[in-house]
Design a protein around this ligand. Structure first.
Ligand SMILES: [Zn+2]
Ligand SMILES: [Zn+2]
Length: 341
């Protein structure tokens, strides 16, 4: 089968031909129909220090959906022909975090496409406990976006305290920023999404979704925030970019006792005005990946039409065109990019 792999500890990916994976006892073999490129895949492509611990060689991809073609002898609940989507974390199920429903923080987890073979391939083997049924009304293209929407759901609902009417600033207008912004709006917040001149294609998506935007290279963010809040500052800021400057800016624009949730992955240390954090009692929290219960919740949001993931999807490629697909995702000339193997 064709697969997009990382084989060497250096920038780039390769399209290779490898055997179809064999299913273990508790696994299902999935014929992958759609698999999306994540921001983390771009770090993997560039082989940044945050991914130096990844397994090599490995089939990339952790946001994918397809049809079950075969199941192992201990795999219960699914059979050939079922439409499914996969969670991204293969957790141990034994540690305290797993037992508390927080497998995103598992002490011994393996992530698809980083530590174990993922979904940028014609087939993938996945434990059935990590598969969710895709409703008939949902396309595979949408189903592959349930994983990143689940991440955004976790960041917004589980981690970030905000209230109806709060001003929320989302720093970064990539797919996670655009999903999170829709969720904050759904929760009754007034949302402002920021980006750079290079994000013009993403601003157009945001505007199509009815979101308010601000280009921080053209307009002063603090002035807009102060204007909207009578000088108090935003209730919440979500940093959905790996740009260190965005964290610094988020700390500057939240109100006293405001909250900054950081979800970007950074290339190194991030400078922050910590005295301002102290004197204004600002809370800064990290948020990572998704919990298992975020998946069914996100499936419902899509099928109920409460969140629009399809407008964020702008490009589709065959596995052969992996280089082109990564180029589009890296230069931010679109929203979400998917493989349709
Ligand atoms: Zn992802
Ligand atoms: Zn665990």
């Amino acid at each position: 089968m064709k697969a997009v792999m990382k084989t060497r500890p250096e920038p780039g990916v390769e399209v290779v031909n490898i055997p179809v994976p064999k299913v273990a006892g508790d696994e299902a073999l999935i014929r992958v129909r759609a698999a999306a490129i994540c921001g983390s895949d771009l770090g993997i492509y560039n082989y940044t220090p945050a991914y130096s611990g990844m397994r090599l060689p490995v089939v990339l991809g952790h946001e994918f959906a397809g049809e079950v073609v075969e199941t192992g002898p201990e795999a219960r609940g699914l059979s050939a022909g079922d439409r499914v989507l996969a969670e991204s974390v293969k957790a141990c199920g034994e540690c305290g975090f797993c037992k508390a429903g927080m497998s995103n923080l598992c002490d011994a987890s393996a992530l698809f496409g980083i530590h174990t073979d993922g979904g940028f391939a014609e087939y993938a083997a996945v434990p059935v406990s990590l598969l969710h049924r895709v409703p008939d009304s949902m396309s595979f293209e949408e189903a592959a976006l349930v994983e990143p929407l689940s991440n955004a759901f976790h960041f917004v609902r589980d981690i970030t305290p905000f209230r109806f009417g709060d001003l929320v600033v989302v720093h970064g207008c990539g797919p996670i920023g655009l999903f999170s912004a829709q969720l904050f709006r759904l929760g009754g917040a007034r949302v402002l999404v920021t980006g750079l001149t290079a994000d013009s294609a993403r601003f157009r998506i945001a505007e199509r979704l009815g979101l308010e935007t601000l280009n921080i290279e053209e307009e002063n963010l603090a002035e807009r925030v102060n204007g909207l809040t009578g000088g108090a500052g935003a209730g919440v800021a979500l940093v959905a970019t790996g740009a260190p400057q965005a964290v610094k800016q988020a700390v500057e624009i939240v109100r006293k006792r405001g909250h900054v949730t950081v979800v970007g992955i950074f290339g190194g240390d991030v400078p922050v005005d910590m005295t301002r954090v102290v004197r204004r009692e600002v809370t800064i929290t990290g948020a990572y990946d998704a919990r298992p219960d975020n998946f069914p919740q996100s499936i419902d949001l899509i099928t109920e039409g409460k969140v629009n993931v399809l407008d964020v999807l702008t490009h589709r490629f065959s596995l052969d065109r992996a280089e082109e697909a990564f180029r589009v995702a890296l230069d931010r000339s679109g929203g979400k990019v998917e493989f349709t193997p």
